[in-house]
Write a new protein. Structure first.
Length: 328
């Protein structure tokens, strides 16, 4: 839905919204825990989530159905590589989708494609950095740096502000490089690699004791992570158009696996060593591994062309249906 020259910025704003949410809600959650107890955080955040989902359902439209769009803008979108008719012909296409849905072979092609594997691995590592800040960073401020819960909640919003700024800036830089005639590969990789190298500065916190310097390096690391978090822009560039949803789903799956493993691994490191020093090294190593992946594994960024599987190959939809029938 986003034209090629604007895709980096749009994806960066979308991705950076999570950091802006941290800016807004980290101090609020710290105050709620300090005043009422941790249980109330889940009630308040759950209610906010439901409210925002209702607003989203009310105000989000497809390009063709948006009440404020005109034909010139639709032409601009479609002529620059984006889709404007996502919701058209639903009834007519439903039967076709059911009979020719994604085949298991498509998943195999994605998972055996070197470029896609490199992107998926990088997303795992990048999300590992994110989930340190979302889960263990406030604990680090309290246990390792001796802050109160209320103060840690306020301080935790500062790196998130930098992450939001970095995220938007990364998209702007990428689109600027693209408009200046640089290749898609360079325009995407330059901010990703540069930003993630900045994120490795988190390890420096192990060697400083001054509170504001520690927060400064954490903010720099989160800023760099924001600049480098262009994964969704890259996915828009490389996903096969026939299965863009499936490709994005796999991308999201790798990122969400990091949300499960990162807090556990960091917790194990802290319990084994008694400090956060090696935990910060682990986070910095995630950034470095993502850089290595983009340099040596991903290669040229280009759209994946699927090979049609054999006609007798099992359909993903059919396999799921057969499994459901077997269970019943």
């Amino acid at each position: 839905m986003v034209p090629d020259p604007e895709r980096g910025t749009a994806s960066a704003i979308f991705n950076s919204a999570q950091y802006f949410a941290t800016v807004l809600f980290a101090p609020l959650m710290g105050w709620i825990v300090y005043t009422y107890g941790w249980q109330h955080v889940f009630v308040v955040m759950g209610a906010v989530g439901i409210l925002f989902s209702m607003i989203w359902m009310k105000v989000i439209y497809g390009p063709r159905n948006h009440p404020m769009i005109n034909e010139a803008e639709l032409e601009h979108i479609s002529s620059n590589g984006a889709l404007v008719d996502l919701d058209q012909d639903k009834g007519k296409g439903a039967q076709k989708t059911a009979s020719s849905g994604p085949k298991w072979d498509y998943i195999r092609q994605l998972l055996t494609n070197r470029m896609m594997l490199g992107i998926y691995l990088s997303q795992y590592c990048i999300n590992g950095i994110t989930y340190f800040f979302l889960t263990w960073f406030p604990v680090y401020l309290v246990q390792e740096r001796g802050m109160t819960i209320l103060k840690a909640g306020i301080i935790a919003s500062l790196p998130a502000i930098c992450g939001f700024i970095g995220g938007v800036l990364g998209g702007i830089i990428s689109d600027y490089l693209l408009r200046k005639g640089h290749s898609l590969t360079f325009a995407r990789k330059a901010p990703i690699i540069g930003g993630l190298l900045l994120s490795t500065s988190i390890v420096t916190c192990n060697y400083v004791d001054i509170e504001w310097v520690v927060v400064g390096f954490m903010a720099l690391a989160f800023f760099g992570k924001g600049v480098g978090a262009l994964g969704w822009a890259v996915m828009s560039d490389v996903s096969p158009k026939q299965i863009a949803g499936l490709s994005g789903g796999l991308f999201n799956t790798f990122g969400n696996i990091a949300s499960i493993t990162t807090p556990i691994v960091i917790g194990y490191i802290i319990s084994s060593t008694g400090s956060f020093k090696w935990a910060l090294v682990f986070v910095g190593a995630n950034a470095l591994l993502a850089v290595i992946s983009y340099i040596f594994i991903v290669g040229e960024i280009k759209r994946v062309e699927l090979k049609e599987p054999p006609a007798k190959g099992p359909l993903l939809n059919d396999s799921v249906s057969d499994l459901s029938e077997a269970k019943s």
